[in-house]
Design a protein around this ligand. Structure first.
Ligand SMILES: Nc1nc2c(ncn2[C@@H]2O[C@H](COP(=O)(O)OP(=O)(O)O)[C@@H](O)[C@H]2O)c(=O)[nH]1
Ligand SMILES: [Mg+2]
Length: 327
């Protein structure tokens, strides 16, 4: 039993950057295990320094390859780098980044790099919350650049991307053709756009199409997202991506945008936590089966949604008149 550290010891080691402790803390947080809240509280108090960088885009665009290159680039600048992969199709953890094993090996042996694949099970909002929490732990452990890889396809992935301070959308040359039809969300969240696989035909044309589409995007600030070309497999253009990220960080700091983004993020997290908690408490006080029978009545159209709500609230002892929709 003596080799199982107390949560306090675990926290202390995690904050020192001890890798074994760090991995264990992250697992506890991901599993919402006992001790997770204590770990998160301690980490939150010691964090806030890390620059969280989102790398998102369609599957196969080269995100993992680019992330690997970016990590090497940040290491060369002396930064501690963490990689959080939320992409279930190409987990980093197995070390099986196709065609790039040597380079990944280089990263894996580096004490200034920590790589973690997120478990993608669980609820929709849960993934974003867990990603943000894992980033908090890495932040507190001293990683100043945290690269978060997500597939930019679904709503939950876009939510994950929104846990970053700055986000690059990674596309390929052919993406330019469909850029008008592209999911609005993907075009909206990019602070940087990367046309990867620029060794293929049509990269310039693709970049032009993306630039044109961006001109139509409502300007939210004076930051004009750059559109960059890379060949991630060779590392071409990667230095400029890093420079632009750093530039964007400076921009966010200078214009108060960083505080605003972080405030929004924290507000969202607080709301998620509260909603989660209230929901659980509410379920706890509902008489058994009432949820199911009410739902059935609703499906059979014996109740309207508001009548169903009133029945649930009444059973839980909450005044139904307190809501906004009281008639
Ligand atoms: N030709 C070319 N292939 C690339 C480039 N970047 C990545 N790839 C390849 O594209 C495939 C998908 O890369 P990966 O990084 O796993 O993409 P992800 O799904 O977006 O993470 C792999 O076979 C990479 O070697 C590039 O710049 N040019
Ligand atoms: Mg990937």
């Amino acid at each position: 039993m003596t080799d199982t550290p107390s949560t306090e010891q675990l926290v202390r080691r995690t904050l020192r950057g001890d890798r074994v402790a760090l991995a264990r803390s992250i697992s506890l947080v991901e599993n919402e295990a006992p001790g997770a809240v204590q770990i998160l509280d301690a980490c939150f108090a010691h964090g806030g320094e890390a620059f969280r960088i989102g790398i998102t885009g369609p599957p196969g665009a080269g995100k993992s390859t680019l992330v690997t290159r970016l990590a090497l680039g940040f290491r060369a600048r002396g930064e501690m780098v963490a990689i959080v992969a939320v992409d279930p199709t190409s987990p980093f953890s197995g070390g099986a980044l196709l065609g790039d094993r040597v380079r990944m090996g280089e990263l894996a042996g580096d004490p200034g790099v920590f790589i973690r694949s997120m478990a993608t099970r669980g609820s929709l909002g849960g993934l974003a919350v867990h990603t943000a929490q894992v980033c908090d732990v890495l932040d507190a452990a001293g990683f100043r650049r945290i690269l978060i890889e997500t597939v930019g396809v679904g709503q939950s992935e876009l939510e994950v991307a929104q846990t970053a301070d700055s986000t690059a959308v990674v596309l390929v040359p052919e993406s330019g053709d469909g850029v008008q039809a592209m999911k609005a969300g993907l075009m909206e969240i990019g602070d940087l756009f990367v046309i990867n696989k620029a060794d293929r035909e049509g990269a310039e044309r693709g970049a032009f199409a993306v630039r044109s589409a961006l001109e139509l995007r409502a300007a939210r600030s004076s930051w004009q997202p750059p559109v960059l070309l890379t060949v991630a497999t060779r590392g071409d253009g990667v230095a400029e991506v890093i420079e632009r990220f750093e530039e964007h960080l400076e921009f966010l700091r200078g214009h108060g945008g960083l505080d605003r983004r972080r405030r929004q993020r924290l507000e969202q997290r607080l709301r998620d936590l509260l909603r989660d908690r209230l929901w659980r408490d509410f379920q706890g006080v509902l008489p058994a089966d009432l949820w199911t029978t009410t739902l059935e009545a609703l499906v059979d159209r014996r109740f309207t949604p508001h009548q169903a709500l009133a029945r649930l609230l009444e059973a839980a002892g909450v005044s139904p008149d307190g809501g906004q929709h009281s008639q």
